[in-house]
Design a protein around this ligand. Structure first.
Ligand code: SF4
Ligand code: SF3
Length: 523
């Protein structure tokens, strides 16, 4: 195996024996074969003979299954491969390698990242592939709510196809930037899907103290799954709690209407071993990030959608309806969650909520009460270096406001950083995909201040990344012309020195260093 798609890749260069994430070599090889097949399918469905919706949705979900910490089950990946070969029959003609591809050939050959010898071309091909994986995740969520945009499917397939062709570095770089453009479009589509279906998030104090009743813990990013769970648990005496990236769901009006939807339990994904243990009730993983489970809570762990783990039960599903009845029955017999903490945390500062008080925000900036916004969006992770983000948040001057989205927030969202004239100093826009909200807010502020360039705003970007959705969010920011982003806790291993030069020279990207060096950059 060779995988270097995430931040914690072995030795900062690549996982070759087993993934630091827990992905074994067999699953990694199966994922490489699946990606190869998806590229083949994309090569057979050029614009002239567009693929069916079924093919588009399949490519999207299969890409999602290969995102870090999503699917660790080689049998599930093989099932995606089988589905791909069945769908391939319906496709038109294309290059012979794709047209003649058989499962037999694929299973008996090693394919993967290292097939591309030129390091810069490899780097660009992988950067594009990972951006597309991130995009696929968001497109998948929007589609679950009935929101689809053919141009996004077309782009994902065009990009996959391009990685198999003899393209120049310039050409691939242009596609990488277009991936950022499509990322903005995809996140806007998901924002529309979420807010039209569940209402605009509203500022909410989310309880982090459990109640004295049994509960079900739901994690991941899929709001459609959550909505089905809330509906089916209504009146059963079983509470529902969020974990990790599901926390922002507590701020949507449609979900707040459920009395038994009672708050958030625990922190970011990497703490799940301890937290799933002490939760005591069943846990549903709707997307990444899943950590290989302990045997102790495995019988009460469930996966659904693109997530999977060998030997872990699936949520039963028929015609798109998930059936939580057995999980609810199991929960009813479980002990209430063991309390870990008490109090509340703020959420719900997505674009609608922030822009509804835009006047107050603009006044606070003009009066000097708010000197600067610091975007600290992205992912959290288990590496010790990430303590930097807690220290950075603590060290920020009192006249700065943190804008966040994604699970990166768990590094500082329980600190008491106070408020500025009633505006909390940590404004949480939501999940990683809600980074879109931060962009809408920045653009609205630029307009309010009459600026022609968002880089002239008093905004500093200090972003933490972990997996491929964060890669897409980064590309989206680059497409919007955001310059001088600080990125950490390490730079991606898949960015070659040549590609890094382009990122540094064109966009001023830099790696985070120490508080002493990074804080003065606030100006
Ligand atoms: Fe390694 Fe990350 Fe790939 Fe897992 S996803 S195998 S940790 S590079
Ligand atoms: Fe987190 Fe996995 Fe990236 Fe959605 S849940 S931000 S890491």
């Amino acid at each position: 195996m060779f995988c270097y798609q995430c931040e914690e890749t072995a030795n900062g260069s690549g996982c070759t024996k087993a993934g630091v994430c827990g992905k074994n070599a067999r699953t990694a090889d199966m994922q490489d074969k699946l990606i190869y097949l998806l590229k083949g399918i994309s090569a057979l469905s050029p614009d002239a003979s567009p693929s069916s919706d079924e093919v588009h949705r399949y490519v999207t979900e299969a890409l999602f299954a290969t995102v870090t910490n999503t699917n660790f089950d080689p049998a599930a990946i093989e099932a995606y491969i089988d589905r791909g070969f069945a769908l391939k029959e319906s496709l038109g003609t294309g290059p012979s390698w794709a047209q003649d591809l058989t499962k037999e050939w694929l299973m008996s050959h090693e394919v993967g990242v290292l097939d591309t010898e030129n390091v810069d071309v490899r780097s660009l091909r992988e950067l594009l592939t990972y951006g597309v994986k991130g995009l696929a995740a968001y497109v998948h969520h929007a589609a679950a709510l009935g929101y689809e945009d053919p141009s996004l499917y077309a782009f994902m397939e065009e990009a996959l196809r391009a990685t198999t062709e003899d393209r120049s570095a310039e050409d691939l770089t242009a596609l990488v930037l277009r991936c950022g453009e499509m990322g903005v479009r995809g996140m806007a589509l998901l924002d529309k899907a979420n807010t039209e279906t569940y209402g605009h998030p509203e500022p909410t104090q989310v309880s982090i103290a459990p109640r004295d009743r049994p509960g079900i813990l739901i994690s991941g990013h899929d709001l459609h799954d959550l909505s089905q769970l809330l509906e089916q648990t209504r009146g059963t005496g079983v509470d529902v709690y969020t974990h990790g990236e599901m926390l922002p769901a507590n701020s949507y009006p449609a979900f707040k209407a459920y009395d038994h939807f009672v708050g958030n339990y625990g922190g970011a994904w990497w703490k799940q071993k301890e937290e799933f243990e002490s939760f005591n009730g069943p846990i549903v993983l709707t997307t990444n990030c899943l950590v290989p489970p302990r045997d102790s809570y495995r019988p009460r762990l469930y996966t659904t959608g693109p997530v999977g783990y060998e030997g872990v039960q699936r949520v039963p599903e028929q015609n798109g309806r998930k059936d939580f009845s057995a999980i609810i029955a199991q929960a009813a017999k479980a002990a209430p969650p063991t309390p870990l903490e008490s109090g509340t945390i703020w959420g719900g500062f997505a674009h609608d909520a922030v822009l509804s008080v835009a006047g107050a925000v603009v006044d606070a900036v003009k009066s000097g009460a708010i000197r600067r916004f610091v975007v600290m969006a992205g992912c959290d992770g288990r590496h010790k270096e990430r303590e930097y983000y807690t220290d950075f948040a603590k060290a920020l001057p009192n006249d700065t406001v943190i804008l966040t989205a994604g699970c990166a927030k768990y590094r500082y969202n329980k600190l008491d950083l106070g408020d500025i004239g009633g505006i909390p100093r940590v404004l949480d826009a939501g999940q990683c995909n809600d980074s879109y909200s931060l962009v809408v807010i920045a653009q609205a502020l630029a307009e309010a201040f009459g600026l022609d360039d968002i880089n002239k705003l008093p905004v500093t970007y200090n972003i933490a990344w972990y997996e491929q959705k964060a890669v897409l969010v980064l590309l989206a920011l680059l497409h919007l012309g955001v310059k001088n982003i600080t990125l950490g806790p390490v730079l991606p291993a898949f960015v070659s020195p040549g590609v890094l030069d382009v990122l540094v020279n064109t966009f001023g990207i830099r790696k985070n260093t120490t508080l002493e060096e990074d804080l003065p950059l606030l100006g």
